[in-house]
Ligand binder design. Structure first.
Ligand code: F6R
Length: 366
């Protein structure tokens, strides 16, 4: 069943190139100039009336939703809010008929996400579900579905479901942009061209997994570490930190890099590992200056950098290089080394990688 891999998680990490290809599938026109989400019933007129988007989910799916917020706001220029599903209903969210509520759920059975979906429908919103399980409760009750074709995910720690959710958000962002005319034809083709390169680029990253094993074994000796990043990199930092906590039981915090000096910098001491994500070109200089702040306090910094960014490489202790892509798509590459770091750190600590303590794959209680 594990197809020669030691754990389901590792198998699922290696299945990501296929999950990306299957999720893009026939949704990209053969000329590579547009996306077609034929499964959606929402009309172009209804899309033009959307005044706000709410993205609601739990855990890793929520982190995918944070990436989705950046992508939709950037591509379609519609304001987006993200909420953790267990909080959404209790804050009297402003849900109107022109609100598009996107729920994200791998299993399609998460109780809080389902309850949020029902509340959104009750208020008259159009609900779009991004889910990996055809026929799940979320899929059955939503008005529209984008299925992520990641295939069954067995390991408790989500990997290929998360990255397939990112692909779904890229496709949705493009679909909204095409309908609203918020991106030029040239810009849309540029994103699609880069999107199609992602699966091969993930394969390139997976080819360097051994290098991460060494780093993870060193990390596993520590009890505390930090992930920092700005913009989309912050959303990925949150996911990297959750993955690490979940299976290695090492405490970590993800921080927007510029926010550290407002308190958390007090925790940086000699030798503490800091993983700094720096894939966003317009924020690079700022991130480098935040890296210098932690280095000055003795942190040992691993940079996740895009190929060719030598300035960043000079400011960190070690670097893991990811292939070049558009900034808006970088999360689908930057998260892969973080998944591998968690996997190897969990192994180094002798934990049950696929079934971490206290956790269940599907959370059907509120
Ligand atoms: C973490 C993880 C969880 C789930 C969360 C939502 O690796 O898997 O945080 O993402 O429980 O589950 P779904 O997506 O099934 O609604």
């Amino acid at each position: 069943e594990k197809a020669g891999f030691d754990h389901f998680m590792l198998k699922e990490i290696y299945e990501q190139p296929k999950a990306y290809r299957d999720t893009m599938g026939s949704r990209i026109a053969s000329d590579g100039n547009s996306v077609t989400l034929n499964e959606l019933t929402i009309t172009p007129e209804a899309i033009r009336k959307i005044s706000r988007v709410h993205i609601v989910a739990c855990g890793t799916a929520y982190h995918a939703g944070m990436v989705g917020k950046y992508v939709i706001e950037k591509m379609a220029r519609i304001p987006v809010e993200t909420d953790v599903a267990s909080e959404y209903r209790y804050r009297s969210p402003i849900i109107t008929k022109d609100t598009l509520v996107i729920v994200v759920s791998q299993s399609g059975e998460t109780a809080d996400t389902l309850a949020a979906l029902r509340e959104a429908k009750r208020c008259g919103a159009h609900v779009l579900a991004i889910t990996n399980v055809v026929g799940s409760s979320v899929a059955r009750e939503a008005n529209d579905i984008i299925t992520t074709w990641a295939g069954p995910e067995i390991a408790v720690a989500s990997t290929k479901a998360y990255t397939s959710q990112l692909i779904a958000f890229y496709l949705l962002g493009l679909h909204l942009a095409q309908t609203l005319g918020t991106q030029t034809a040239g810009q849309i083709t540029e994103v699609i061209t880069a999107l199609k390169e992602l699966p091969t680029q993930v394969e390139e990253i997976l080819g360097q997994a051994e290098a991460l094993k060494v780093v993870a074994e060193e990390m596993a000796k520590h009890d505390n570490l930090f992930f920092i990043g700005r913009g989309l990199d912050y959303a990925v930092a949150l996911e990297g930190s959750l993955k690490l906590k979940e299976i290695s039981y090492i405490h970590s915090e993800a921080y927007p890099a510029g926010e550290l000096k407002h308190g958390t910098l007090a925790l940086i001491e000699d030798g503490i590992p800091v993983i700094a994500l720096a894939t966003q070109h317009d924020l690079l200089e700022k991130t480098v200056s935040n890296i210098k702040e932690v280095k000055a306090r003795g942190a040992n910094v691993l940079g996740i950098a895009v190929e060719g960014e030598l300035e960043l490489q000079k400011s960190v202790d070690s670097t893991f290089v990811i292939p070049k892509t558009l900034d808006v798509l970088s999360s689908a590459l930057a998260v892969i080394p973080l998944q591998l770091l968690s996997y190897y750190a969990s192994l180094a600590r002798g934990n049950d990688v696929d079934k971490p303590r206290n956790l269940a794959k599907s959370v059907t209680v509120e």
